[in-house]
Design a protein around this ligand. Structure first.
Ligand code: UDP
Length: 403
C-alpha cells in the first residue's frame, strides 16, 4: 500500500508537510467522489490512486460509482460527443433514459457525506438529492464549444452545485456559481508510471510480437474518434515514406464507451495489414501501458478534442518526446519546442514526427524538459493539495484563508 511519505524523494519533504497541514484542517469533514466507471479512462485512473492517498492523510474519503443500463451509456456517450462539439441527434427519449437511470442512482447511492464530489455529466443529476451539504461538479471534458442543447440540459443541474471545477480556463462557462481551475495529474508511483526494469519492457514487446529494431511511434488511447487513430495512421504513413519506423496504436475500450469496438474495426481496416502497424487491444494492464510508453521512441496524441490528455502527462514523465494536438489541456503540458511539439493537422503531426526521429538529441532534450514540467505541475501531490484547498474553500466563502 502506497503511503504519502513515499513521494518525498520525488517532490521533496516540504510539499508533503503542506499536505499534512491541510489534511488536519479537514478533520471532521467527509467527502465522497462519484463517477461512472471504476476502470478505463482518466477519471477512474486518478480516483484509483488518489482515494488511498487521501485516506493515508486521514481525510474521511469515499468513492462510489453509478450504474446504468446500455441505453444510458449510449446516451451519455452522445452527451460526451455533443459537449465536445460533435453534432449529435439527441431527442427527448434520450433525456428520458438519462433521467430514468439517474433516478435509480438517486435512490441507491448514499450522498450523506459533508461534501459530494461528482465527476462528469453521467452522475450529474444526483444533485437532486442535495440537502444542506456541499456539492462540487468536476468537469473533466473540453466544453469550450458544446453542440446543441446538452449544455442547457446539464446547466439546470450545474447551477445547483456549490462549486464547479474545470481543467483549463478555456472550458469555463458563464455560470452563477464559483468556478475553480484544477489540472489533473498522474501518480509517479503507480504501475502506469513507475520505473520498470528493461526485462519487463522487453517481455511486453515480445508478448505483442514487436521487435524494437526500428523507431517506435506510439499512441495509447481508447479507440475513440476524438482520439483520431485514423489520423495517426495517416501521419505515420507520411513519415514512413522517409524513415523506416513502426507504429503502435494501443488501447482498450472503457466500460462507459459503447463506440469503441466500431472505431477499432475502422482502424484495422485503415491499417490494411501493414506489418509495421501494431494494433493492440490492451487488457486493463498498467504495467503493459507503462512498458509500451517506455519502449517508444516518440509518443503521439493526435486528439481532435481532449479534456487534459493524461497519456501526454504519462509520456512526458517518462522523458519521452511527444507530438500532440494543440487541443484541450495539452498546451498546458507541452510548451511548443520546449517540452514537446504541438500540431494542428495530420501533415503537422507527420512533420513533427519526422523532425524528432531525425534529431535524437533534440528529441531527448524536449523529453527531459517535459519530465521536469510534469514534476513541477502535474503530479498527484499537487492535485491532492488543490482538492483539499477546494474543500476548505467551501466552508470559507466569505473569508480569505491563508495557509
Ligand atoms: N489508458 C489505459 N489503457 C488503454 C487506454 C488508455 O490504461 O487501453 C489510460 C491512459 O494511460 C491514461 C488514461 O487511460 O491514463 C486516459 O486518460 P486521457 O486523459 O488521456 O484520456 P480519456 O480516456 O480520459 O479521454
Amino acid at each position: 500500500m502506497i503511503k504519502i511519505n513515499d513521494y518525498i524523494p520525488i517532490v521533496g519533504e516540504s510539499i508533503i508537510e503542506d499536505l499534512r497541514l491541510l489534511a488536519q484542517k479537514l478533520k471532521g469533514i467527509s467527502v465522497k467522489h462519484i463517477n461512472s466507471t471504476s476502470a478505463g479512462g482518466g477519471v477512474a485512473e486518478i480516483l484509483n490512486r488518489m482515494t488511498p492517498l487521501l485516506k493515508d492523510l486521514e481525510v474521511d474519503v469515499y468513492w462510489d460509482v453509478i450504474r446504468g443500463d446500455e441505453r444510458f451509456f449510449e446516451v451519455t456517450k452522445k452527451f460526451h460527443n455533443a459537449l465536445h462539439g460533435r453534432p449529435e441527434k439527441i431527442e427527448q427519449a434520450d433525456f428520458d433514459v438519462f433521467m430514468e437511470n439517474s433516478r435509480k442512482n438517486i435512490n441507491e447511492i448514499d450522498t450523506g457525506t459533508n461534501i459530494v464530489f461528482v465527476h462528469d455529466p453521467q452522475p450529474i443529476a444526483l444533485i437532486n438529492k442535495k440537502t444542506d451539504n456541499k456539492w462540487i461538479w468536476r468537469c473533466h471534458i473540453d466544453v469550450s464549444n458544446p453542440h446543441g442543447g446538452v449544455w442547457k440540459f446539464l446547466n439546470d443541474f450545474i447551477v445547483r452545485y456549490d462549486s464547479i471545477v474545470f481543467s483549463a480556463p478555456i472550458f469555463s462557462q458563464p455560470l452563477p456559481i464559483k468556478q475553480f481551475l484544477i489540472s489533473p495529474s498522474i501518480d509517479p508511483l503507480s504501475d502506469k508510471n513507475k520505473e520498470l526494469p528493461q526485462e519487463t519492457i522487453d517481455s511486453v514487446l515480445k508478448k505483442y510480437n514487436i521487435t524494437p529494431d526500428k523507431p517506435i511511434i506510439t499512441q495509447i488511447s481508447r479507440f475513440d474518434r476524438l482520439k483520431d487513430p485514423l489520423g495517426v495512421i495517416e501521419a505515420y504513413l507520411e513519415v514512413r515514406k522517409y524513415i523506416d519506423c513502426q507504429l503502435i496504436l494501443a488501447g482498450g475500450t472503457a466500460a462507459d464507451d459503447p463506440e469503441g469496438i466500431q472505431v477499432l474495426e475502422e482502424v484495422k481496416e485503415k491499417a490494411q495489414q501493414d506489418p509495421d502497424i501494431h494494433i493492440l487491444l490492451l487488457p486493463q494492464n498498467d504495467i503493459e501501458v507503462n512498458a509500451l510508453q517506455r519502449a517508444s521512441t516518440v509518443i503521439v496524441q493526435k486528439s481532435i478534442r481532449e479534456g487534459f490528455g493524461l497519456t501526454v502527462t504519462e509520456a512526458l514523465w517518462k522523458a519521452k518526446p511527444v507530438v500532440a494536438s494543440h487541443v484541450g489541456g495539452i498546451p498546458f503540458q507541452i510548451k511548443h519546442k520546449y517540452s514537446g511539439l504541438l500540431c494542428h493537422s495530420v501533415a503537422g503531426a507527420a512533420f513533427a514526427l519526422k523532425q524528432l526521429l531525425n534529431s535524437p538529441e533534440y528529441a531527448k532534450k524536449l523529453g527531459e524538459n517535459g519530465k521536469e514540467h510534469i514534476r513541477n505541475n502535474f503530479l498527484i501531490t499537487r492535485h491532492i493539495r488543490d482538492y483539499m484547498l477546494l474543500f476548505l474553500s467551501l466552508y470559507h466563502t466569505e473569508d480569505v484563508v491563508y495557509f
